[in-house]
Design a protein around this ligand. Structure first.
Ligand SMILES: Cc1cc2nc3c(=O)[nH]c(=O)nc-3n(C[C@H](O)[C@H](O)[C@H](O)COP(=O)(O)OP(=O)(O)OC[C@H]3O[C@@H](n4cnc5c(N)ncnc54)[C@H](O)[C@@H]3O)c2cc1C
Ligand code: HEM
Length: 400
């Protein structure tokens, strides 16, 4: 908790800091990377730096944390902190690095706000930073203790072309490591300019299978640069190659218990959902599971047959698919058997018979998840029953 004096100062200065936070974080990153270029080259996602997305996520999380501290003393935004800690742990962030971030962040605050940063204001925001940092460090310590830290070699035992733009890799890590369905690993690749960039990929099969599978969608430039790591994996990696991977992390995991589930994905967001379904099958689950998937077209839908097969094999599961572009012949055959429905357009939760106590896991582009969440809330599903994974910096955090 913040001390009462600091809380009063933070409350009074939150609008000034929040108003300038974009400029503060821009200066923070620019100065930190100028003095520590290896952080941009080998740790931070330089694609996100170039398109500005990570800046928004970090800025938003600090403002959100300070707001919770002053408005609801004694309550910590657990979901947000857990998500950040899992991401940090998958990247191998160290305790010492928090002092580095602190130095450049506070340097940037002083530079941007000038005289408004009196010693009392600096001290109060210092307290906010270290409260957040120490909570994250504690969570990360726990994650490292449980899952391990650093990089492991994983041999590619199979490469499969899935759709025109996606490829899956079956990986055998040197050290067998358990994971929960829905978790991801970080993959670190050597790029032609000498950088080693890191990205996260969800494990798309069940833990019971032993080997890990990741499914990678190559990010096409479409006016912007091609995705660096996904393109590298797509173009370079073959069976027999060795990848550098982290232990599995992530907190969008299959909700425990026997209650009904809604597993909703769009596009490549299907990967953690496949792992959950594969696990339910491997454990003989009778659970009621409503599976929703939205995609551009059946041809673009990666693991389309596998998803249908998993649902067909699970006694309590039904599948609802929406395609923006569905050829007329397929639209005619759309109602293709019990438990399966295919429709044209965007996913529509009001068309599904959802149990009242359903718990939802969403994964896909933000507009898809926002639309599904809004519909679920309208249908009476509480916010606490809606979990999600974002395949990039979590801009929901910024809005939290
Ligand atoms: C928890 C989690 C799980 C994930 N699971 C999966 C998964 O199962 N499968 C999967 O395929 N992906 C997954 N992802 C996404 C994955 O981690 C990568 O983000 C994705 O592969 C793109 O990385 P990249 O290096 O190819 O693109 P990047 O090089 O990071 O580029 C990202 C975007 O930035 C744009 N960009 C780059 N430079 C500039 C510039 N100078 N100006 C403007 N725009 C620019 C690019 O055009 C691109 O649109 C997951 C992400 C997370 C966080
Ligand atoms: C209190 C201090 C910190 C806060 C509030 C913070 C906050 C965040 C947030 C909100 C994200 C995005 C998470 C997501 O959307 O998944 C993130 C990611 C990240 N953080 Fe931190 N962080 C802190 C400290 C650090 C430190 C010390 C380092 C190491 C130098 C670090 C390195 C990273 C990296 C590399 C990413 C991923 C970037 C990307 O993929 O673009 N962070 N952090």
């Amino acid at each position: 908790m913040l001390s009462p004096d600091s809380a009063a100062i933070v409350r009074a200065t939150l609008p000034v800091i929040a108003g300038a936070i974009q400029d503060i974080t821009a200066r923070f990153y620019d100065t930190m990377f100028a003095d520590n270029p290896e952080l941009l080259r080998d740790l931070f996602n330089r694609g996100n730096q170039a398109n500005g997305e990570q800046r928004v996520a970090l800025a938003g999380s600090i403002a959100a944390f300070a707001t919770v501290l002053v408005e609801r003393p004694g309550v910590l935004p657990g979901t947000m902190l857990s998500r950040i800690a899992n991401k940090h742990a998958s990247l191998g962030v160290t305790e010492e690095q928090y002092a580095v971030v602190h130095k450049y962040l506070f340097g940037a605050i002083v530079e941007e706000l000038g005289d408004a940063v009196t010693p009392e204001v600096a001290e109060a925001w210092d307290e906010v930073y270290w409260l957040m940092a120490e909570t994250l460090i504690g969570l990360e310590r726990g994650l490292y203790r449980e899952a391990g830290r650093g990089w492991t070699r994983a041999t590619v035992v199979e490469r499969r072309e899935e759709t025109a733009d996606t490829v899956s890799f079956l990986l055998r890590p040197d050290l067998p490591m358990p994971f929960l369905p829905g978790q991801y690993v970080s993959v670190r690749v050597p790029l032609p300019d000498g950088a080693r960039q890191i990205r996260q990929y969800s494990l798309s099969n069940s833990p019971e299978r032993g080997d890990w599978r990741i499914t990678v969608k190559r990010v096409r430039g479409e006016g912007a640069p091609e995705g660096e790591v996904s393109t590298w994996l797509y173009e370079h990696v073959r069976a027999g190659d060795v990848l550098s991977v982290s232990a599995p992390f992530g907190d969008l995991t299959l909700p425990e218990g026997d209650g009904p589930l809604l597993l909703a994905s769009a596009g490549i967001g299907v990967t953690p959902i496949l792992s959950m379904l594969d696990h339910l099958l491997a454990t003989g689950s009778q659970r009621r599971v409503v599976v929703v998937h939205a995609d551009r077209s059946p041809g673009a839908h990666v693991h389309r047959e596998e998803l249908a097969e998993l649902v067909a094999a699970l006694p309590g599961a039904t599948l609802h698919r929406w395609y923006e572009d569905l050829p007329p012949a397929q639209a005619r055959d759309a109602a293709n058997g019990a438990g399966h429905a295919t429709a044209v357009g965007r996913a529509d939760m009001s068309a599904i018979d959802l149990p009242g106590d359903v718990v939802a896991c969403l994964c896909g582009p933000l507009p898809f998840m926002r639309a599904v969440r809004a519909q679920l809330v309208e249908l009476g599903v509480p916010d606490s029953g809606i979990h999600y994974e974002v395949f990039g910096p979590d801009l929901w955090l910024a809005a939290a």
